[in-house]
Design a protein around this ligand. Structure first.
Ligand SMILES: [Zn+2]
Ligand SMILES: [Zn+2]
Ligand SMILES: [Zn+2]
Length: 147
């Protein structure tokens, strides 16, 4: 999704409204591209003279994440980052512990589990992200003169 009209269409499809606050937040995510923290989004919004308090930003980011419009990951430093969900379906993320790069993981462990493993739980939701060191960071670590 690359513009507000498309995002609004998605919201309407989910029975949600594009409120003034949501419009401001989604525009910020479009402008900032990539992943941003709630703080970064708040700073950006304030700089553009929109009076929105931090808890409103946070609450709306949560709501937009729960309907699948945004992806949220928690970095190794425990800060949550948000981005517009560009994936077509359910997915997970790989997060670098060193440079904090985040990539999509087209794999879901839930699909590999049978009802017995899941102890016959139904409507199981899966929250699952993986943390490691990306290729670039591995290569940097191997350079002889790396400090
Ligand atoms: Zn994602
Ligand atoms: Zn890395
Ligand atoms: Zn999953």
């Amino acid at each position: 999704m690359t513009d507000l009209a498309e995002l609004e269409q998605f919201l309407t499809g989910k029975g949600c409204k594009l409120t003034r606050h949501r419009r401001v937040i989604l525009q910020a995510l479009l402008d900032l591209a990539g992943w941003s923290s709630a703080r970064e989004i708040h700073t950006y919004v304030l700089a553009r003279n929109h009076k929105v308090n931090f808890s409103t930003i946070y609450r709306n980011l949560d709501a937009l994440t729960s309907i699948g419009l945004l992806c949220r990951v928690e970095r190794a430093d425990a800060i949550s980052y948000y981005t517009l969900n560009q994936a077509s379906g359910h997915h997970h993320h790989l997060i670098c512990k060193s440079c904090h790069r985040i990539s999509e993981l087209e794999f879901c462990p839930l699909t590999q589990m049978d009802p017995q493993t899941l102890q016959n739980f139904t409507e199981v939701e899966c929250k699952f992200d993986l943390y490691g060191f990306c290729r670039d960071c591995q290569e940097k670590a191997q350079e002889p003169n790396a400090d």
